[in-house]
Write a protein that binds this ligand. Structure first.
Ligand code: SAM
Length: 401
């Protein structure tokens, strides 16, 4: 049989939500009756969202499918400045929970028809009266469309407790508006074939509510100290450059990458016998990297003295990479550190790198035999590698569950 809709209807419902979020730039979004977390998985890529919450009565389903909400390795390697926290709860939407107050948007896709009518009343009170989000999107089947499904008798799903006509849905929506101070637009997705929209309406009818007073101000204390009837299954905090530790790790990786790249280019120029354009800043000297260095003209003899003192193990040929050159070469170093002065301060506090005495250049070893693996461990590159291969805490939890 030919599918009735292209794209499939569930995708059209989810796309409706995505388009709404793009338009209204909602930051705190909850999906009530999130089921297999399919919509949440799509929404986690919309970085305007800062808090994404899923609630379903079926905790086992959420646990089983929700693992896919864990950050990807790219989220660790290339975090942005956006912040995202995902929370998944087991609970019934007919019960209040203060942690779900003060949201910008609540979405409930194909849920209410699974509730008996007294529970629809409780759900309305909890959602519109207690949680009181700024916007609400509710979708439910339109029973007037059902005759167009070949061979369908009764409801579309055996668990449905009712399926409303357009008039019934509108009556419920308008009463909610009067009782709780919202306004509503009714629309839908899934057009009938043959231009019969006026006759039967959309396959899925959708009500979009807007709070007449706008945002409900809920303090973090009110959120955390009010009544809690849901069980928190997972909280996942995505890495963000707003976290200082993450910022330092990423900036260090970027600096070291570019320093090594510049050193490689410098070495190639040396081998070709090309004269350095910036010879005064690009210096190659002998001595332990980061230690006080003798003047350029004494380097040879200082090296010789140390050698004759049997101290050659501590000697390394170093190349100093000017921070200004690093800054100019990598826009990302610039955007991460903010200014050249910040970059210098950051590197001065970073124990794994060596700076020249005046702090204007990064010192890198030039030894041909330099132990890359060891350097990587010391440099922070290894941290990045570890972060890729060792499961972060949240992933461990997912695995356990
Ligand atoms: N919203 C999802 C979507 O768009 O794919 C799933 C819809 S599924 C048809 C209905 C979901 O509502 C199920 O996952 C079910 O477990 C959940 N549900 C039913 N009664 C509920 C209640 N009282 N509280 C929370 N979730 C409930």
């Amino acid at each position: 049989m030919q599918p009735l809709f292209n794209p499939p209807l569930h995708k059209q419902r989810h796309q409706f939500v995505v388009d709404f979020i793009k338009k209204y730039k909602t930051k705190k979004v909850m999906d009530l009756g999130c089921g297999e977390c399919i919509l949440l998985k799509q929404l986690k890529f919309h970085r305007e969202i800062e808090l994404l919450v899923g609630v379903d009565i079926n905790g086992a389903k959420v646990k089983k499918k929700g693992y896919a909400l864990a950050p990807l390795s790219t989220d660790y390697l290339q975090p942005g400045f956006e912040q995202l926290c995902v929370e998944l709860y087991q609970g019934s939407v007919t019960e209040p929970d203060s942690r779900l107050r003060g949201f910008d948007l609540a979405v409930s896709i194909e849920l209410i028809e699974h509730l008996v009518l007294p529970d629809v009343e409780r759900f309305s009170e909890v959602l519109f009266g207690y949680m009181a989000p700024v916007h609400v999107i509710i979708s439910t089947p339109n029973s007037e469309f059902n005759p167009l499904f070949p061979g369908l008798t009764g409801f579309r799903h055996p668990d449905h407790k009712f399926e409303w006509t357009r008039a019934q849905f509108q009556t419920w929506a308008q009463r909610v508006c009067v009782d709780f101070g919202y306004e509503v637009e009714i629309t839908g997705v899934g057009l009938p074939p043959g231009g019969r929209q006026e006759q039967v309406g959309f396959c899925s009818q959708i009500a979009v509510f807007h709070h007449l007073k706008g945002e409900l101000h809920v303090t973090p204390e009110e959120r955390s100290q009010g009544e809690t009837s849901y069980t928190l299954l997972h909280r996942i905090i995505y890495p963000s450059l707003k976290d200082n530790n993450v910022l330092r790790r990423v900036l260090l990786s970027e600096v070291l990458f570019w320093a090594e790249e510049l050193k490689r280019r410098w070495r190639e120029r040396q081998e070709r016998g090309e004269r350095e354009e910036t010879e005064e800043t690009w210096t190659k000297h002998t001595g332990e990297c980061g230690e006080e260095r003798p003047p350029k003209d004494q380097q040879r003899s200082a090296a010789g003295d140390e050698e004759s003192n049997g101290n050659s193990a501590s000697q390394r040929e170093c190349v100093s990479v000017p921070l200004s050159l690093l800054w100019a070469s990598s826009p990302r170093v610039g955007s991460l550190s903010g200014s050249l002065a910040n970059l210098r301060l950051f590197l001065m506090e970073e124990p794994t790198v060596k700076l020249s005495q005046d702090g204007s250049a990064l010192l890198l070893q030039t030894d041909e035999h330099e132990a890359y693996e060891g350097d990587l461990e010391d440099s922070g590159f290894a941290d990045v590698e570890l972060n890729q291969s060792v499961s972060p805490k949240s992933l461990e939890n997912w695995e356990e569950d």
